[in-house]
Design a protein around this ligand. Structure first.
Ligand code: AMP
Ligand code: GLY
Length: 422
């Protein structure tokens, strides 16, 4: 069968790499893809939210399955678009309906959902645009840190954690006044949770679910988790502190009630759920839901999955995930992200990348790359993820770092301390 992957990051290169290993897959198309996805299929110059162009490509290329990488097309309703169009109805889309994607698309929706299922998460209050005064008064009663969250999608930038009440009030006002556009016309103010974060990835057909390898990502730009937030500078899987006892709590208190809630609220959901968690004391709490896989977490999760991914995705579409068994590679996988100097603030593109062919015993997943005549050049902040296996995460990180040195481009930067806190 022919499969279309939507997106252009390291996550999508990893999907293409994994799907290309399936005997069920004949052709892979990636829209728009990057220089790495071209190794496994054909890139189509189509944006991920250009639904009519996607429809045309799906029909022309005889696509049988669509895998959606990023959240935006899901929140904008690509699943529903396929269901409504007569010519597309039979073609499964891996990802939730627009309504179900509100688990990521609206923090207030996610909070209500969790409350309805008694899922442990930080306490919160929600403020609308006409509630500036109420919000200011509420913040005055809090003990910092104050957690402010834009309700809508803000490209990973919509959460602010402030150590000062006056500053929190000023930011709250700026957010309500449009700091993140309409995404912050509603704000969730949450209790601050102090602990260590990790992520679980669940594949669900809406009734049954399977848990994929657990991972932890490193979001800050600087060593020791300092500096600005990024999309993710590296990841490890498994996460040593997530033992059987903690995992059992996650499954019973969070995963099962999440699936039960999806059914109870009749949310159409055939896809990945990425649950961002924090361990406070010995107990897990939900920080956020995402309606897709993580990036760079995918770069360590899929390499540890021994199953045929296409088989799992078809079972997801058909509602037969209960007939499948997840097989996990017991080794550790880690990834180290090479980024453009300046990222996550301003950075330059178009730098020639050399040395990829010198990499040994690691997998190079491209993210912000493209081609220019015969060369691979940078085309984004996060440029490529170097994934390695090891008997433990330290050995795997060491191998990724060794290979990271062999790849060159102007102003290359990466964190050398992935896994430092484990
Ligand atoms: P989110 O976009 O909701 O994942 O939030 C971004 C980051 O902010 C998370 O990865 C956490 O590090 C942090 N964060 C979010 N909510 C809280 C909270 N209630 N308490 C402490 N840290 C939080
Ligand atoms: N690495 C975090 C994310 O994909 O949202």
């Amino acid at each position: 069968m022919n499969i279309l992957i939507l997106g252009s990051g390291g996550r999508e290169h990893t999907f293409a790499w994994k799907i290309s290993q399936s005997p069920l897959c004949s052709r892979i198309y990636i829209a728009p893809g990057n220089a790495g996805t071209m190794q496994h299929g054909i890139n189509l110059p189509i944006g991920v939210t250009d639904f009519p162009a996607i429809k045309k490509a799906v029909i022309e290329k005889n696509i049988h399955l669509v895998v959606v990488g990023p959240e935006i097309p899901l929140v904008e309703g690509i699943y529903d678009y396929f269901k409504k169009e007569k010519s597309l109805r039979q073609i499964p889309v891996i990802g939730p309906s627009a309504k179900a994607a509100q688990l990521e698309g609206s923090k207030a929706f996610a909070k209500k959902f969790m409350a309805s299922q008694d899922i442990p998460t930080a306490g919160y209050r929600e403020f609308a645009q006409n509630e500036l005064a109420e919000g200011m008064d509420y913040i005055a009663t809090l003990t910092p840190p104050v957690v402010l969250k834009a309700d809508g999608l803000a490209g990973g930038k919509g959460v602010l954690i402030l150590d000062d009440i006056k500053e929190a009030q000023a930011e709250f006002k700026a957010m309500l006044e449009g700091k993140f556009g309409t995404a912050s016309s509603k704000i969730v103010i949450e209790d601050f949770l102090d602990g260590i974060e990790f992520s679980v990835f669940v594949l669900t057909d809406g009734t049954n679910y399977k848990v994929l390898p657990i991972a932890k990502d490193y979001k800050r730009i600087g060593e020791g988790d300092t500096g600005l937030n990024t999309g993710g500078m590296g990841a490890v899987s498994p996460v040593p502190f997530v033992d059987a006892t903690l995992f059992k709590k996650v499954e019973e208190r969070i995963i099962q009630p999440t699936i039960a809630g999806i059914q109870a609220q009749q949310l159409e959901y055939k896809g990945f759920i990425f649950i961002g968690l924090i361990k406070v004391g010995d107990d897990p709490y939900v920080i956020e839901y995402n309606c897709r896989m993580g990036d760079p977490e995918t770069e360590v999760v899929l390499p540890r999955l021994n199953n045929d991914l296409v088989e799992l995705l078809l079972a997801t579409a058909r509602g037969t995930l209960d007939k499948t068994t997840i097989e996990i590679d017991q080794r550790s996988a880690t990834t180290v992200m090479l980024v453009s100097g300046g990222y996550p603030e301003a950075y330059e593109k178009g730098k020639v990348i050399t040395g990829i062919e010198q990499v040994r015993d690691s997998i190079v997943f491209h993210a912000g790359t493209t081609t220019n005549e015969q060369q691979v050049i940078t085309n984004g902040g996060r440029v490529m993820a170097i994934t390695s296996y090891g008997n433990d995460f330290k050995k795997a990180v060491a191998l990724s770092k060794k290979n990271a040195k062999k790849i060159s481009f102007d102003k290359k930067y990466y964190r050398t301390d992935i896994g430092f806190d484990l």
